[in-house]
Design a protein around this ligand. Structure first.
Ligand code: SAM
Length: 191
């Protein structure tokens, strides 16, 4: 079985927009406890590679033939983003996904603002490590800054879509922004 119910959301995103091509290298931000990692490993297969990042420790994935690398760190810190760039390698990666969510305060506008901040960290990381033609999917809580964020994703990808997977209908403010086929090459140091 999967480690999280969230796994079914990634399966649905992949079914609808073909997010996880066989053989792809995937970076999964906010990956604990590892449901998305399991789905990503399944979909990319043994020729692919998966890198999982979270504040929390993630237990190793047994029974997968896909190489998996785990990074423990805070995505709002530069050091963590540097570790991911190292793990991604100089050629960049094919897919960046983020299911990061803030600790909920219960105050709607604050939770929204924190969610958008995490989503922006994911977009920035995608700008830095995602290959041209690569794909991106990120969770964002709906709210006043949502459309601005979608506009910024649209600048980077040939095709952008907002999705609400069935598995997340119970928390109605949760949306996924999917960017397919990145326009620019990764931003490398010294470029
Ligand atoms: N997709 C995961 C799965 O299927 O198992 C579930 C992810 S859970 C909804 C959100 C995760 O985001 C939490 O594990 C949390 O620790 C992580 N997170 C929140 N803020 C973060 C940050 N600043 N840096 C890294 N991870 C973060």
């Amino acid at each position: 079985g999967y480690r999280s119910r969230a796994a079914y959301k990634l399966k649905q995103l992949d079914r609808e927009v073909d997010l996880l091509p066989s053989g792809a290298t995937v970076v999964d931000l906010g990956a604990a406890p590892g449901g998305w990692l399991q789905v990503a490993a399944e979909e990319v297969g043994p020729q692919g590679r998966v890198v999982g990042v979270d504040l929390q420790r993630i237990d190793y994935l047994d029974d997968v033939k896909t190489p998996v690398e785990l990074v423990r760190g805070d995505m709002t810190e530069e050091d963590t983003r540097d570790d991911i760039k190292k793990a991604a390698g100089p050629g960049g990666v094919d897919v960046v996904v983020s299911d990061m969510a803030p600790n909920m305060s219960g105050e709607y506008s604050l939770d929204h603002a924190r969610s958008v901040h995490l989503a922006r960290m994911a977009l920035e990381t995608a700008e830095e490590i995602l290959k041209s033609g690569g794909h991106f999917a990120v969770k964002v809580f709906d709210g006043q800054d949502f459309e601005d964020f979608v506009d910024d994703v649209e600048q980077e990808f040939n095709y952008t879509r907002v999705m609400s997977p069935d598995a997340s209908r119970d928390s109605s403010s949760e949306l996924y922004v999917v960017g397919k086929s990145k326009i620019r090459a990764p931003i490398r140091e010294g470029d």
